[in-house]
Design a protein around this ligand. Structure first.
Ligand SMILES: [Zn+2]
Length: 146
């Protein structure tokens, strides 16, 4: 257990240093975010028409209907955070794209009274040459490591 925790801490600190390390892509080629503490719920972020769309995926990455779940989104800077408007329908959540280079901070709740899970995404739109994807949904770093 101790080893596992150390690995996790190392992975977390490495993730801060290297923007696209540990990025996982989902069934829609979107960026996978952890929306639980035990891999039972994920968000998959894709971009379309100037918006980010977030669908919910279960532990097997199968789509989950958005019902009681809720999401808040904040971008901007640490000094001047900006709350983004979140639209919700059965298929998930839609938010405006953050500005280039900003961190998108999302708080996901399974139910109204549930515990908020925080997920972060560095919105780096620089294009990755090997895969052609913007850096925020490029998983090349992950492949190199394996
Ligand atoms: Zn890439």
């Amino acid at each position: 257990m101790k080893t596992k925790l150390t690995t996790l801490i190392l992975a977390l600190s490495a993730g801060l240093a290297l923007a696209h390390e540990g990025i996982e892509l989902g069934p829609n080629k979107g960026r996978i975010l952890e929306f639980s503490t035990n891999e039972s719920m994920h968000g998959e972020v894709t971009d379309k028409d100037g918006k980010l769309h977030i669908v919910l995926l279960d532990k097997d990455k199968k789509p989950v209907k958005a019902e009681a779940q809720s999401l808040t989104a904040t971008a901007g800077t640490r000094q001047a955070p900006v709350k983004l408007e979140v639209a919700k329908d059965e298929s998930g959540f839609t938010i405006p794209v953050p500005k280039e280079g900003e961190w998108l901070i999302m708080q996901y709740k399974e139910t109204e009274s549930g515990k908020a899970i925080t997920a972060r995404l560095h919105y780096d739109t620089g294009k990755c040459a090997p895969c052609g994807n913007p850096e925020w949904r490029c998983a090349c770093g992950e492949k190199e490591k394996k």
